[in-house]
Design a protein around this ligand. Structure first.
Ligand code: C2O
Ligand code: CU
Length: 479
């Protein structure tokens, strides 16, 4: 059978989406530093738009966008500046904006029913918050997220360090994964039980900054900062920079002791950001692959690093990058910490026999009938009306031990805070590492610590969006 849009393998990947098969490489153009500088107030208008994301040889795609682009406008602030951003909703349904990774006051966190009322079609909402932490962050709706984010509502926020590292270019790579049909239309079926119970919505078209252009041009000798963000619903990327050794300088916005990515391979799960420094140390006029080998059976070429024929920018390699200045995060007091566990169960082939949903116990069939297939500490998340699963006293250090008792990876994300990763499977971390989204491998256990210093009721959930709607979330309360 003829498939005009995708190769057979590509199409297969789409139709077997929840298994997480690979897809074709379709890279894009760097946004470069062409940022929108936010004046005292700017408006993000969420509205339908029709754009070409898969290439001129294919039809355009009907999307939902911020200000008509995918990803939405790149927002840039200086550290400590106050962001003042109005959301205007021209969508056919209610929405909101969550400032993923930014420690906003609770009322600005953008979770309908928990921190604000949903913004109905035709309405506006003004978000204002101070950007205490420098780094690479994300914005996206927190209403009907599996559909709204898949349709294109999301964008990057950069909060500039007072003293940014010296680089020749500062570029963004917003990674996305779309499930499209033969006409390049978004497959209009969201949140299926198959996606919920497996790896979430996996697509068949991979984009970087909203297009499938594949070449990333480099000049020999230059040093580039690449801000990676995984904005996919479910896909985890493992980017292998062949014959290059990118430095990891920040995770989820926060500086980490610069270290070469192990094996030149950078794993990034939905909701995570990783800042790299890439030194182009090869001669002009050469090409190198950036592969995604997250699924070794379906490795594909995600990007090609294309060295221009210009003469090298410098003759000597630069010294290793310096560590970014620390953000003003309260240091956990481990001696006085309160301990909590989050036991993750469920999913396909899982061991979840029963769980509570809105106060009632159900066996797994009863849960599945109600669209739930995951539980945290025996409770399937229903929505913002749930009671908090964990209570934190304001100002006290908390340690959460996550135990992933499932066969699936989960990027667990907390709102309003950033945590320090203490251990993985009982082993201390090789270096101090902050974040807001921790990827737990199947059966993995990890401890994170943070000071609960931001009062309010906050979400904590898996950022595989179909897992969240399948029950993998909870409310935590700081009071
Ligand atoms: Cu990216 Cu609950 O958020
Ligand atoms: Cu998950």
């Amino acid at each position: 059978m003829q498939n005009p849009l995708f190769s057979r393998r590509d199409f297969l990947a789409g139709s077997m989406a929840s298994v997480g098969l690979g897809s074709l490489p379709w890279p894009a153009q760097a946004l470069g530093t062409g940022a929108i500088k936010t004046p005292p107030a700017m408006t993000l208008t969420a509205a339908p738009a029709t754009l070409n994301i898969v290439g001129d040889e294919y039809p355009n795609t009907d999307l939902w966008t911020y200000n008509g682009s995918v990803p939405g406008p790149l927002l840039r602030f200086k550290q400590g500046e106050t962001a003042s951003i109005q959301l205007a909703n021209n969508l056919p349904e209610a929405t909101s904006i969550h400032w993923h990774g930014i420690r906003t006051p609770n009322a600005m966190d953008g979770v309908p029913g928990l921190t604000q009322n949903a913004v109905e079609p035709g309405e506006t909402f003004l978000y204002e918050f101070k950007t205490d932490d420098a780094g690479t962050f994300w914005y996206h709706p927190h209403a009907n997220s599996p559909e709204q984010i898949e349709r294109g509502l999301q964008g990057m926020i950069i909060v500039e360090e007072a003293e940014p590292p010296v680089v020749d270019r500062d570029v963004t790579w917003v990674l996305d994964d779309w499930r499209l049909d033969e006409q390049a239309a978004i497959v209009n079926q969201f949140n299926s039980m198959g996606e919920k119970a497996h790896a979430g919505r996996y697509g068949n078209a991979i984009t970087r900054n909203g297009t499938r252009q594949r070449d990333f041009t480099l000049r020999s000798g230059e040093r580039v900062r690449i801000r990676l963000l995984n904005s996919a619903n479910g896909r985890i990327f493992a980017l292998k920079f062949t014959d290059h050794a990118p430095w990891v300088i920040a995770k989820d916005g926060h500086g980490v002791e610069p270290h070469p990515a192990p094996d030149g391979r950078v794993i990034i799960a939905p909701g995570q950001r990783i800042d790299l420094i890439l030194d182009a140390l090869h001669e002009p006029d050469q090409n190198f692959d950036v592969l995604d080998d997250s699924n070794p059976r379906f490795t594909y070429e995600f990007q090609k690093l294309v060295y221009s024929d210009e003469k090298p920018l410098r003759s000597e390699p630069l010294a290793p990058p310096k560590q970014l200045a620390a953000n003003p995060l309260a240091e956990p007091d481990l001696g006085k910490a309160k301990r909590h566990n989050i036991h993750i169960q469920g999913g396909a082939h899982g061991n979840l026999a029963q769980a509570k949903l809105q106060g009632k116990s159900y066996d797994i069939q009863g849960l599945v009938q109600r669209g739930k297939v995951w539980a945290l500490n025996g409770v399937a998340y229903a929505g913002p009306e749930d009671q908090p699963l964990l209570q934190f006293s304001q100002g006290e250090t908390q340690i959460i031990t996550f135990k992933n008792d499932t066969g699936w990876p989960h990027p667990m994300h907390i709102h309003g805070h950033s945590w320090q990763v203490l251990t993985r499977n009982g082993q201390p971390m090789p270096r101090k590492e902050w974040g807001d989204t921790i990827l737990l491998g199947p059966e993995e256990e990890a401890e994170v610590a943070f000071v609960a210093d931001n009062p309010g009721r906050w979400l904590l959930h898996c950022h595989v969006l179909e897992h969240m709607s399948g029950g993998m979330g909870c409310i935590v309360e700081v009071a």
